[in-house]
Ligand binder design. Structure first.
Ligand code: ATR
Length: 292
């Protein structure tokens, strides 16, 4: 019997990566012969590892921290999102040997937002907290959607300004404001969508986990609050948002939906996202129980 078709994720470190759980569950449920593994790839060997995967018959790869920007130069072709975001999180190995770089971070976030709330960033006032890799994908996607107003606030002011300029250059129709984390009240005033992409709220450090990225009384009633943090699924930000009368969009959904978009490109089949979401929650409970 031939081996399953290989898929995988390259990161550094890689021990914490949950995507094998998602993709292998999808393969099992659909009865498809794929197997997905996590590989710890040192940044110095990224090019060799990608070319090695092609030589070994991989159908696709997920690319995660810290490789998403560095891997761009090894691609033969980029999707529009990957080009605008300047980052690749999904590679397809074509049969003719070509490497196609995609980015499903923005579209995965948008699809889950739409499915959970029925809303879209078009014509909306949006605030992104943080200015790292996750912020870049989401801010570009929000700008592409035609938001009425987009503001990026970050602890390091310069990074917020850099990202604001990056988004305006990538999506020339957009107007993006940058700033620090001071006076989030004025930034959030009248906001319809707030996205946290900072690591505040994330499990692993008690103080960080207990700190919300924005004061609760700055969150407008009826606003949509989306968190990129997914460990724990119910972060301080989302708990505060719920109390403030906002709609909640969990980071777990974003994780599953960006994986689902990649899975569809590799296999041509829809990922059973409900079942995959269940298995993700089981894996998170196990992790929080054992290591928390
Ligand atoms: P990712 O790729 O997941 O976005 P990242 O690039 O490391 O991760 O970005 C982490 C984000 O969390 C950054 O915006 C970071 O702010 P700085 O640019 O100032 O470093 C933000 N962040 C991390 N710890 C934070 C803290 N204690 N308070 C506020 N923001 C924090």
């Amino acid at each position: 019997m031939p081996n399953p078709i290989p898929l995988g994720v390259f990161g550094f470190p890689a021990g914490h990566i949950l995507s094998p759980v998602l993709h292998n569950k999808a393969a099992e449920e659909l009865g498809l012969d794929y197997h997905y593994l996590a590989y710890e790839v040192h940044p110095d060997y990224l090019e060799e590892a990608v070319r090695g995967a092609r030589a070994m018959g991989f159908r696709g790869l997920t690319i995660t921290i810290p490789h998403k920007v560095a891997v761009v130069k090894f691609m033969d072709e980029l999707s529009e999102d990957a080009r605008l975001m300047g980052a690749v999180n999904t590679i397809i190995f074509e049969e003719d040997g070509r490497l196609i770089g995609h980015n499903t971070d923005g579209i995965g976030w948008l699809r889950f937002l739409e499915e959970t709330t029925g809303e879209h960033p078009r014509e909306k006032k949006c605030l992104v907290l943080g200015a790292g890799g996750a912020a870049r994908a989401i801010a570009v996607k929000i700008a592409q959607c035609g938001a009425a107003h987009l503001e990026i606030r970050n602890r390091t002011y310069e990074k917020a300004m850099e990202l604001a300029h990056f988004v305006e250059k990538s999506v020339p129709s957009s107007k993006v404001k940058g700033g620090g984390l001071d006076d989030l009240y004025s930034a959030a005033d009248g906001c319809e969508i707030i996205v946290n992409t900072t690591s505040l709220g994330m499990w692993g450090n008690a103080e960080r986990m207990a700190t919300p990225p924005i004061p609760e009384d700055a969150i407008p009633n009826g606003c949509i609050c989306s968190d990129a943090v997914y460990i724990p699924p119910d972060t301080e930000f989302l708990k505060a948002a719920r109390r403030a009368g906002a709609q909640i969009v969990h980071g777990t959904g974003w994780l599953v939906y960006q994986a689902a978009a990649a899975w569809k490109m590799w296999t041509g089949v829809d990922m059973p996202t409900d079942i995959v979401m269940e298995v993700l929650h089981e894996a998170l409970e196990l992790r929080l129980g054992i290591e928390g």
